[in-house]
Unconditional design. Sequence first.
Length: 392
Amino acid sequence: MSGGPSLRRVPAADLESVESDPALVAKIRAVIERDGPVTFARFMELALYDADHGYYRSAAARPGRHGDFLTAPEAHPIFGRAIARHAADVWAALGRTDPFSIREFGAGSGALAQPLLERLAAETPDLAAIVRYRAVEVEPRRHDELRARLADAGLADRLEDDDRGPIAGLVIANEVLDALPTHRVIRRGGELREVRVGWAEGAFVDVEGEPENPALRQRLEREGIHLADGQRAEVCLAIDEWMDVVAAGLERGLLLLIDYGHAASDLYDPRRRPEGTLAAYLRQQVHDDPYRAVGRQDLTAHVDVTAVEAAAERNGLSHVATTTQSQFLAGLGAGDLLVELQTGPDASLEAYLEARSALVRMIDPAAMGGFRVMAFGRGIDPSGLRGLASAR
Ligand SMILES: C[S@@+](CC[C@H](N)C(=O)[O-])C[C@H]1O[C@@H](n2cnc3c(N)ncnc32)[C@H](O)[C@@H]1O
């Protein structure tokens, strides 16, 4: 997802016909009628993750080529191949430890896992022989697809059930943090207000009120953020809880997070993002109305990198580097991986051009190349990590 700054306020005409999931709307409406307006985080949690109707719990493929947006792993296997080099560097930095695990949050149907493991087999066979892949995904159907995909590729024996127990290795989450449920706030007359979700005249509506949770105000104060009057913003408190779990599962190694994000001073700059960054993705188009196509569109908000760094450090992880996806992929030699497609034994012009255009999107600073790559370590000397070399 490359959430650019200029969002359409409503979906293009061809998307007007996409209805919300009526059962999901009824469920959220019933909660509101019973308890009063809900936080936006609660609304987003139900819209994306409700076990029966949530966007990410659907049988339909998402994300993906035929889905609502394309992530880097889905765009081309060259991304997973580059991450394989990073995994090999982490393994070397941990003294070629055995066992070595890769835990991937939001693993989907294996678009990252497969090329990563295949590349390890080709480039770092010693690691390929011992690596254990632990895929964490909220939707069991996606996990079954991942299992079948790795089995078809002869990699089934690398997959290990994950109990979230502490590992030595690499933990990775690509475009997961931006899908965590977020709160929404707005400043009015010098006061911080929370934007909750109510129901009126047959539709979901914004309802402004006192912030429910003092942590909203505390987060912004800690970051030195003063919203301008009328400025809207998102505050993702779920980052803290997520990081507690993720950090507890990393005994030794590196945590790598990749997402569209900014330092708090930039994310909350009223001149740059007066309306916040909440975006809805529907059939490869982006707009800013979360109350349409409920359960049928993705919802995301840009990541507060300052909050992520603070949560990691609070959990005893040390900040290794924050860089861009563009620099990270360049450091891992993504250019050589492309050249190989031009000259290798299976080279074809068509495959090369497809890979080149996907890689351009991955490194273009105006597209996915501007994504933040955040790396945190525990018990690891990061000096040999090629992907992060230019950032330290
Ligand atoms: C935008 S998709 C990205 C999928 C994949 N990482 C990629 O880059 O193609 C977000 C994914 O994160 C998953 N997800 C969200 N919260 C999660 C959590 N707490 N633990 C594991 N996966 C989660 C969703 O089910 C979904 O597959």
